[in-house]
Every structure is written in C-alpha cells, then in structure tokens.
Design a protein around this ligand. Sequence first.
Ligand SMILES: [Zn+2]
Length: 278
Amino acid sequence: MSYFLKRTENNLWHGKFSTFPDDIVTHAVSTRQGGVSHAPFDGLNLALHVGDKAENVIANRKKFAQSLGFDIADIVTPNQVHGEKIFRVDELYRGRGSTNYADSIPETDALITDTPELPLMLCFADCVPIFFVDVDNRAIGLAHGGWRGTFKKIAAKTLLKMSDEFGTRPENCLIGIAPSIGACCYEVGGEVVSKCKEIFPANVDELLTERDGKISLDLWRANVVQLLEVGALAENIDVAGECTCCNDGWYFSYRAAHQKNLDRTGRIAAFIALKADV
Ligand SMILES: [Zn+2]
C-alpha cells in the first residue's frame, strides 16, 4: 500500500500513490478540505452536476488545478453514467467539461490518453476511482467503478483499451485503486448480491461478506480480481484501502451523507496528467 496524503502550498491535500513515478505523471485524489462550497457540499466540491453553485465549483476546480500546476481550462472531464464507455482524448478535447457540465465528454466512465500535459479528471462520492499508468508507452487512464461499472468490468476494459490504443502491456501497467467505499460500509441489497454471483462466480466468498444477516460487497477486490483476469500483476496494483464513508471528514461520501439524512453531497476528484517527454 503506497497511498498517502500530502498538503499543498495553497492549503489543499493531495492523495497520492508513491508507486506512480513523478517524472512521468502528475496525479492526485482531492479531499474535501480547503474549498469554498457550503453545506452539504462543504468544502472542495469538484462536481458541477450535484446542485452546488457553479461559481463555487469553478473556484474549487481552479484552486485544485492550480495546486497541480495546471489551469482549469486544461481539464478534460466526462459526464459519468455508470456505464462502460471508455473514450480516448487528445488535444482536441482540452477543456471539455472544465467549466460547463453540458460540454463534458458525453456518457463516458473512463478516459485514456497519451497526450502530454492533458489532465483527465473524474468525480466520485464512494464509487471507485481507478488510475492507470503505462510508463513504457507513456499513456494513462482513469476509470469510474461504482457497483454497476465494476460489474461491467470497466477497469479491465480500460486496461484492454489502453492495450489496443497504446500497446500497453497489462503486466507492466501500474494501477491505483483510490479511496472509495470499503466493504466495512458497503451493505448491498439482493439485486447487487445476485449480480455479483453471476459476474464473479469464482470469487463470491472473497467479495461478499455476511454479518448479522446483512451482506456487504468488497468493490476494491472486485476491481482487483477483474484486472488480474486480464493480465495485470498483483504487485502493480495498489489499493489505497481508505474508506470514504468511514472518513467522510476527508472525502465526500454519498452513503455517509445519506446516513446523516442529507440528500446531496459533493464529489472528490481523481486527476492525472502525463508529463511532457523531455
Ligand atoms: Zn467504511
């Protein structure tokens, strides 16, 4: 496990994987500390579609991008729909969705690129962010895996798409599974349980745990399992192991908010950009 939090010069926090080489990529998971949004989006809400004031989200995005050495106008972000579409972006897409939600890459849950200095950003509140770094071919990816995306195997499909597009060898790709809801807090209902059994028949025992008659799902492991199936190596997959619901002072958590009778909350972001090859 190599995930750690680092305070930035402009008083934000970056969650980082120490396994990702700093000379190849700039990356971070945001936290909710240090932003300007008010409850229930307090404070660094980075999503435009959750009911927060756009001006506050844009101020937060500016500050977050700046903390990573970028301008808000560089960011590319999609409209996430719990699907399995993976989209390759390049210079033509710079800025898409950065300040206007309607302009986001439509209905897409993973972005990949080999364009340097083009930051990919996706938003999360309990769903699993999955980062991909292919050092050999200088390519990156970022995927959104809630239970639907995880069961559609979007993580595995993103890795295979990087293989098709960039020549990424799954066994060499570095992968990071960022903070998201852990099995500790992720009780699921009958529909999710039966889908899990259908999609991961060989892994039911490690993915589903029964306690006091309630069943919880390990989404982190479900993503690891599908990545191993397509050739990623266990030693290259880093699981942050941090539950957003247990740590909702640090991260936005849909489930933690719901338990507090809040019908809305903000979103953290996962952010990654390739550095220029100098
Ligand atoms: Zn938890």
